[in-house]
Design a protein around this ligand. Structure first.
Ligand SMILES: [Zn+2]
Length: 342
């Protein structure tokens, strides 16, 4: 995936391009049927779905407590397992995504349960507000300060660059009125700013995912991921684990722990997680019976890069909205409306 030299290679900034398969993709966004596993009554509506859920259940870690949304991001100080190093420690406040990247203001959010409970799904009735951004007591002081120091400012740099790109797009309302907001070709880093570090960026995202994985215990299940984040180890993500990114314009933000996702049309299942907070949405596939899950820009190759290595990155990025509380639903408002009436 690396492109050698070229005109931008002269000052030591390498060029890195996204996967060509993504560039060629103009596939309409797929809408997964999501089963909120906190509500077993909602399961399952068909024999095929039941079989998929039974199969998917075999891929859960033994200590995973389905639907542990309450402890996803504890809001009171506690001593518990640090979600990165795994040690039993006094936990500190971790923001997802990092506070420096703008996750510090109050944004409208809507819980999946509230949405489903609303009789008329066109007008969900319960709105909650996440005060002071999205955070929880999840990491020990050592892991919290290490990730902040090593990766926090890199993440912030990408968020600032993405906001600059968003400002050059058609107005957000105009994009939201289209059936599909499309893609934008982005270039992050150049000779002037010394390039970007995809290796540092992806480790910040993985740190967020470890935090949000709660009792799935992503770092404990996959010590390779723990080493990537805490030691900067360069390695492939474990088999079956896929990470993708989308430019995300909100307005609803989502921070979703391990959730069972089922595509009824194709009879495919996946355990997914999502952190969707403008300007980015990240989808992590924990396990799935899909060979190539729909991810947006695939970030997997970044984990094989030294977090200190700086490059120029050119990649097509899908533009998505948060118009529903359903994880990885990036449809525009116009598309949501259209499909409601279809
Ligand atoms: Zn720790």
């Amino acid at each position: 995936m690396r492109r050698g030299g070229g005109e931008e290679g002269g000052r030591g900034v390498e060029s890195l391009a996204g996967s060509p398969s993504i560039a060629a993709s103009s596939v309409p966004l797929r809408i997964n049927v999501l089963i909120p596993i906190a509500h077993p009554d909602a399961l399952p509506h068909s024999a095929a779905m039941k079989a998929a859920f039974d199969e998917a259940s075999k891929h859960c870690p033994p200590n995973f407590r389905p639907g542990d949304g309450i402890v996803l991001l504890p809001r009171r100080p506690l001593t518990d397992r640090c979600r990165l190093c795994g040690k039993n420690e006094r936990l500190t406040k971790e923001h997802v995504p990092p506070k420096a990247a703008g996750n510090s203001t109050t944004r409208p959010s809507l819980t999946l349960a509230a949405w489903l409970a609303a009789e008329n799904r066109r007008q969900p009735q319960t709105k909650t507000r996440s005060q002071g951004g999205v955070w929880g007591y999840t990491l020990c002081a050592s892991c919290n300060s290490y990730t902040g120091r090593q990766y926090g400012s890199e993440y912030m740099g990408w968020a600032i660059r993405a906001c600059g790109i968003i400002q050059q797009l058609p107005p957000v309302a105009a994009l939201d009125a289209q059936p599909d907001a499309g893609e934008v070709e982005v270039t992050f880093g150049g000779n002037k700013d010394g390039g970007v570090s995809p290796g540092a960026f992806v480790r910040q995202v993985l740190s967020c995912m470890c935090t949000v994985s709660a009792s799935w215990d992503l770092a404990g299940q996959h010590p390779a991921i723990r080493r990537m984040v805490l030691e900067g180890a360069e390695a492939q993500l474990p088999a079956g684990v896929h990470l993708g990114m989308t430019i995300f314009l909100g307005p609803i933000t989502r921070c979703v722990g391990p959730t069972f996702s089922y595509d009824a049309q194709r009879n495919k299942w996946a355990w997914i997680m999502e952190v969707a907070y403008p300007p980015f949405a990240f989808k992590l596939v924990l396990a799935s019976d899909e060979e190539e899950p729909d991810l947006g820009l695939v970030l997997n190759p970044f984990t094989e890069l030294d977090p200190r290595r700086r490059v120029r990155l050119t990649a097509p990025l899908r533009i998505g909205f948060g118009r529903t509380p359903y994880p990885t639903d990036y449809r525009t408002g116009a598309s949501v409306e259209m499909q409601r009436h279809a």
